[in-house]
Design a protein around this ligand. Structure first.
Ligand SMILES: NC(=O)c1ccc[n+]([C@@H]2O[C@H](COP(=O)([O-])OP(=O)(O)OC[C@H]3O[C@@H](n4cnc5c(N)ncnc54)[C@H](OP(=O)(O)O)[C@@H]3O)[C@@H](O)[C@H]2O)c1
Length: 337
């Protein structure tokens, strides 16, 4: 190992409201030595996901990160020291390595380490073939159940998941309408991600624009944002629509439940006999190989592409997480170490 220091970002305090530098502390420690059954990964890439904000705040579908623990994040890297025959030195791997240069692990836990498929880049492993692409695939296909000719409305359309959902919707013969913040992003959603249209929620009346673009209503809503944007979608449902509650990033920085915007138009679900259903991608783990194959086949056919936004340097980890909440990322947010 060439370096002798392991830089690690620890959680210094539970964040309240927008993330601050003081929520985190950068420490320098010796690179760990593997014990029996353990190995050390030199982390090369980290994945940034809005759900990380939730892991810092409270227990949810995973236990909260403890104060003083390394900040949890998915990552990719290479094994540089090993006492584990399943993960020998030189193996390219992915797992929950966290915000640090080197990760000591036995490869197990609630997020087991896995070897990268031969030839697969770290960017693709963490993005299109990682939880991002798989969230788009299983959320749209299994929960949204789109049929050819359906209109699919996607919020957070320029983000990691949303940009893939729209591409899959197009590949399945649907019309894809995005919602994103700002003209530059909306142009990108149409020109780069290939959606049919995109509504700028920062300057356009969202419910009115959905009605203009989908006068017969939307058949599938893939919801990443929540709040007012979900309400605008609910006001425009077709009969027997499916609302996929993937996420609600507009509320993740709320300091208390009182700050979270409730829904006004939920009775539209009754009137249109529609269904709103949440899901967690980890529940689909036994079927991940199916999702990866479907995404790879679409990519090989040129129907979808992987779009990544790669920042540089472990020292920029807190700022990179904030990018998601400042709307700065286009596609999958990654950090190269
Ligand atoms: N259910 C699951 O298993 C699962 C798995 C993965 C992700 N998710 C959820 O899916 C959603 C998207 O995740 P992602 O990883 O693909 O991230 P992402 O879309 O790349 O997230 C960042 C984007 O969210 C938008 N945003 C941020 N704050 C906002 C606000 N207050 N109002 C409206 N838009 C806001 C910004 O886009 P604009 O510039 O357009 O505002 C930003 O670029 C998140 O809600 C996440 O929690 C769920």
């Amino acid at each position: 190992m060439a370096d002798s220091i392991n830089r690690r970002w620890l959680l210094a305090q539970r964040p309240s409201g927008n993330l601050k530098d003081s929520d985190f502390e950068l420490v320098r420690e010796a690179i760990p030595t593997p014990g029996a059954g353990e190995f050390v990964v030199k982390v090369t890439h980290l994945s940034f996901d809005p759900t990380q904000r939730g892991w810092l705040a409270a227990d949810s579908y995973l236990p909260a990160v403890k104060i003083g623990e390394v900040v949890r994040a998915g990552g990719a890297g290479e094994v540089v020291a090993s006492n584990n025959p399943k993960f020998p030195v030189g193996a390219k791997v992915q797992g929950a390595f966290g915000w640090q240069d080197y990760c000591l692990t036995d490869g197990g836990g609630f997020w087991p380490c896995a070897t990268l498929h031969p030839g697969m880049s770290a960017e693709h492993a963490l993005g299109i073939f990682g939880t991002t692409g798989l969230t788009a695939y299983f959320g749209l296909r299994d929960v949204g159940q789109p049929k050819t000719g359906d209109v699919v409305l996607i919020s957070g359309a320029a983000g990691a998941t949303g940009s893939v959902v729209g591409q899959i919707a197009k590949a399945m013969g649907c019309t894809a309408i995005g919602i994103a913040g700002g003209k530059t992003k909306c142009d990108w959603v149409v020109e780069t991600a290939g959606f049919d249209a995109c509504i700028d929620y920062k300057s356009e009346p969202v419910a009115k624009r959905i009605k203009e673009l989908a006068p017969k209503g939307v058949n599938v809503v893939f919801e990443n944002v929540g709040g007012d944007i979900l309400d605008a979608a609910l006001a425009n449902l077709a009969q027997r629509a499916r609302v996929v509650l993937c996420g609600g990033i507009s509320s993740y920085n709320a300091a208390s439940a009182a700050e979270i915007q409730g829904l006004k138009n939920y009775m539209a679900l009754t009137v249109t006999r529609s269904r709103m259903e949440g899901f967690i991608v980890l529940d689909y783990a036994p079927r991940f190989a199916e999702g990866v194959k479907a995404l790879a086949d679409w990519m090989a056919a040129g129907a979808i592409k992987s779009i990544e936004d790669v920042q540089e340097g472990l020292e920029n980890a807190p700022a990179t997480l904030r990018r998601l909440f400042e709307g700065k990322n286009f596609g999958k947010q990654l950090l190269r170490l």
